[in-house]
Design a protein around this ligand. Structure first.
Ligand code: NCD
Length: 303
């Protein structure tokens, strides 16, 4: 596998192998400290990031490799008008593997079509975010013990949230998954995902109130309302605080439900919830480093 644009570029068997490798790395990270000696990862981030970029860099450094890149479009030649295709063709001369984030949907696919080296989509606009999905799957498997027979609730900005789109797509391949989609009408999942859920005969429901559905969930995946993807500020202000998970709502949830969030959080999870043992979003962020170590090893074929 040379290019990772959507989680569906990986078979469930490949996902399983990556998650198992990540588990082994977490048990004994020093055994992997030289797996990528002499290799270079380029992180090309045309959009802001904390976890994704730094966990990629941490992953490569933890494997003994080196990293280079940029963290904003303004510090790259994109600001001079260079195309994505030309940027990645150039970077391929300096690195062995590329992780790229871009505000435009489809930018990762364009980049992938223009390079020979392995390329990973680290988020393309409101489209897909496959490495967040690997992080989410690893977290779910470690905390729940399995990836099937789960009721997973997604809450917040399901329209623009690429992490939601990728995780729904990935979870659709496991048995016995029920989806509860909680959002205001304006921020419901895109039609192409609803069509897939309907065509596949999935058990899914769309609701507006979190209180009505939280009690049924094994996993609650909270998301941020994505200010940068709105066309006007008024709509954002009206919708940004649609959901705030607080201790009162947590009382309605199962005792073993887990709360995930790709982060960054703004207001949608009250900080008081952090103390609840069911709040697992920082454990999830930690998983991101190890799953990316496993992915880099697979893509560079250095196992
Ligand atoms: C998410 C993203 O960038 O899509 N964050 C992340 O990668 N961990 C979610 C977000 O920005 O809200």
């Amino acid at each position: 596998m040379k290019k990772l644009i959507s989680p569906l570029d990986l078979t469930t068997q490949e996902i399983d192998e990556i998650l198992s490798l990540a588990d082994r790395i977490m048990e004994n990270p020093t055994a992997y400290a030289h797996k990528c000696d002499g290799k270079i990862l380029a992180t090309l981030f045309f959009e802001p990031s904390t976890r994704t970029r730094l966990s990629f860099e941490s992953a490569m450094l933890s494997l003994g490799g080196k990293v280079l890149g940029f963290s904003s479009a303004s510090s790259s030649s994109a600001s001079k008008g260079e195309s994505v295709a030309d940027t990645v063709r150039t970077v391929e001369c300096y690195a062995d593997i590329i992780a790229m984030r871009h505000p435009k949907e489809g930018a990762a696919a364009v980049a992938a079509a223009n390079v020979e080296c392995p390329l990973i989509n680290a988020g393309d606009g409101g489209h897909q975010h496959p490495t967040q999905t690997l992080t989410d799957l690893l977290t779910i498997r470690r905390l729940k013990g399995h990836l099937d027979n789960l009721t997973i609730g997604f809450c917040g900005d399901l329209k623009f949230g690429r992490t939601v789109h990728s995780l729904i797509r990935a979870m659709m391949r496991y048995e016995g998954i029920r989806f509860i989609l909680v959002s205001p009408k304006e921020l419901q999942i895109p039609d192409y995902i609803r069509d897939d859920l309907t065509a596949g005969g999935f058990d899914f429901q769309e609701v507006e109130r979190l209180e009505d559905a939280i009690g049924e969930m094994d996993i609650l995946y909270m998301t941020r309302v994505q200010r940068e993807r709105f066309f006007n500020e008024e709509d954002y202000i009206r919708l940004r605080d649609s959901y705030i998970l607080d201790t009162e709502k947590m009382e309605l949830a199962k005792k073993d439900m887990i709360v995930l969030h790709p982060l960054p959080r703004v207001n949608e999870i009250s900080v008081e919830v952090d103390k609840d043992p069911r709040a697992c979003y920082f454990k999830q962020a930690r998983c991101g480093r190890f799953v990316r170590m496993a992915l880099i090893m697979k893509m560079l074929e250095v196992e």
